[in-house]
Ligand binder design. Structure first.
Ligand SMILES: Nc1ncnc2c1ncn2[C@@H]1O[C@H](COP(=O)(O)OP(=O)(O)OP(=O)(O)O)[C@@H](O)[C@H]1O
Ligand SMILES: [Mg+2]
Length: 280
């Protein structure tokens, strides 16, 4: 597959990734399923994400987006299928993957600087280098003046920026973000989107980002994975379609091209059957 030649959006059914893509992929899933007792939450999820790619996942509540991220993070094991990160079968959490959840997960007894320094310290990095990392990432997320504050002294948006800085400071190649901006006000959210996108370019990381916002997905992603199914739909969660967003950055959400991509993504979401089997 070559580089996109025009601003067309390619909407394709996901096919099984070939073995050849395994070694090249930052994240590779082949036929991954997950059951919780009798509940089959996910079935036959196959997805290959290249190094440095920014992929968004959208889909209705309960279709298994968080479950998928937790398995890639190594917090949960797939029931079936193969799951690899950087060519290694995932067998638990690791420093190669950074996770940002919606509820921040900051250590309340540590300051902003302490939270950001936590990962680098655990990795045995020297004091001077930890200090430099803390300064860099406090600056990156605009919290240099708040380094000595505790999480409860910060707004929700600031706490979320600390959570992002903390993950970035770990230098993980793969960032897994589960609705990280869901609780932010519209202005903070759009500035965080722009910051995240810029950082992604600078850090050369691979990002898998769950969002309920079609606009956010079109703004950020190289490719959007549309998930469907879930208990409300009588069928296990699965990937319905992928949509490539081949617009240049920075993207202008008010432009006609941006809105055309939004419409196409919405059409892909709406095209997904909401029930497994229809009569006749
Ligand atoms: N630990 C668990 N035990 C039992 N069932 C679970 C567990 N975690 C998730 N599930 C079920 O798996 C399905 C998928 O849940 P998941 O949280 O992945 O959905 P989601 O797509 O992230 O939804 P949302 O958009 O609401 O965050 C749901 O039916 C949920 O009830
Ligand atoms: Mg979720």
């Amino acid at each position: 597959m070559g580089a996109p030649h025009s601003e067309t959006v390619v909407s394709t059914r996901v096919s099984e990734p070939s073995c050849a893509t395994t070694a090249l992929s930052a994240v590779y899933l082949d036929g991954v399923g997950k059951s919780y007792g009798a509940l089959e939450a996910l079935r036959s999820v196959s997805l290959s994400i290249s190094r440095g790619e920014f992929v968004c996942i959208v889909g209705a509540s309960g279709c298994g987006k968080s479950t998928l991220l937790r398995m890639i993070a190594g917090f949960e094991e797939p029931t079936t299928g193969t799951l690899m990160v950087d060519g290694q079968v995932v067998s638990g959490p690791g420093p190669d993957r950074g996770v940002v959840f919606q509820d921040y997960g900051l250590f309340p007894w540590l300051t902003v600087a302490g939270n950001i320094a936590y990962g680098p310290r655990r990795r045995g990095i020297g004091r001077a280098e930890v200090k430099a990392v803390v300064e860099r990432f406090c600056g990156v997320v605009g919290l240099a003046a708040f380094a000595d504050k505790y999480p409860h002294e910060l707004s929700g948006g600031m706490q979320q920026r600390v959570a992002i800085a903390r993950v970035l400071a770990n230098g993980s190649g793969v960032l897994l973000m589960d609705e990280p901006f869901g609780a932010l006000d519209a202005l903070t959210r759009s500035s965080m989107q722009a910051e995240l996108h810029q950082l992604w370019g600078e850090l050369n990381s691979t990002i898998l980002f769950v969002t309920h916002s079609v606009e956010e997905a079109v703004y950020l992603a190289d490719r959007v994975v549309v998930m469907t199914g879930g208990p409300r739909h009588d069928t296990p969660g699965h990937i319905g379609a992928t949509v490539a967003i081949d617009l240049k950055h920075p993207r202008d959400p008010t432009s006609a091209a941006f809105n055309a991509r939004k419409r196409e993504l919405l059409a892909a979401i709406e095209a997904e059957p909401t029930v497994a089997s229809t009569p006749g």
